[in-house]
Ligand binder design. Sequence first.
Ligand code: PMV
Length: 335
Amino acid sequence: MKASAVSHSNIALIKYWGRQDDGGRGLNLPLNDNVSMTKEGISGGSRLQSHTTVEFSGSMEKDTMALEGREISGRELERVRLVIDPLRRMAGVESHFRIGSVNDFPTAAGLASSAAGFSALALASSSALGLDLTREELSTWARLGSGSAVRSLHGGFVYWHKGSSHETSFAEKVCEGDHFSLNAVIVIVNEGRKGVSSDIGHEYAHTSPFNAIRADLSRKEALLVRSAILDDDLRTVGSIAERNSKYMHAVMMTSDMPLFYWQGETLKVIRSVHAMRERGLEVYFTIDAGPNVHCLCRPEDAPEVQKEMEGGGHVLRTIIARPAKDPHTVDEHLF
Ligand code: PMV
């Protein structure tokens, strides 16, 4: 009972920030439908993927997991059990698990490592347990570990229906990656772990006076972005994604525990994006829960955006990403 899977990270074009009140059940139901691109790195030596091996065996004495070679425990291991326990129950298996997981990009730096990781975990676990689940069903189980992992169960462009219960909050593919011509130039200004994880940050969203406004606008924008993706309309997708990211950071900055994920360098990158746009280059930014910036542009413009950013002096490195294929099981096991 052993299987491995590879899954890619994703970048939200319409953000998930803050959760529905589910009476403490930990369902990670978002306040609004949201949209993303599952992304594969094609430069900078990073494919932006998580490779995870899961094994169940009656001879194991306890559940264990090594993340990047480090044995995890406490809340981290609990989150893994939130995904695996229901799958174990469904399969009628009581054995303990051993998991190994590695990312080929910085963990917890706002590059959605948890999305890739929990997506790969759900896929590898269900395969090891011999369960035959659809990607939509699998996405609901991945969601229990990390909300945004829902969207990494599909490649290409993805829509997360917020739903109002465990079963109704799932991810659906909008289209394959080659339907909408988009790249993200990821500008890394800091590779360290972020101070406050998004897992904790979500809990404070409701304390911002802008929370309800953001959720309401995002609900409408998710629909607009979905149809603009299908129309291959970068201007609409990019300008809405940029605005939507600012709404999220406005909520973060004005929460009771103010969250400032931006750094000085982040603002310099934003200014460069604006300057490139004024020069006629169609490029937009979006930022997750960290200081790094995703610049959204056409694939043919990505090298120019990358060159401009790398010339900025304040940038550690860049990675060009394109839409990824679906996550899949692989024969190479980590142990
Ligand atoms: O899945 P989480 O709990 O790590 O939340 C991710 C939230 C953002 O990355 C900031 C936005 C998003 O929709 O991915």
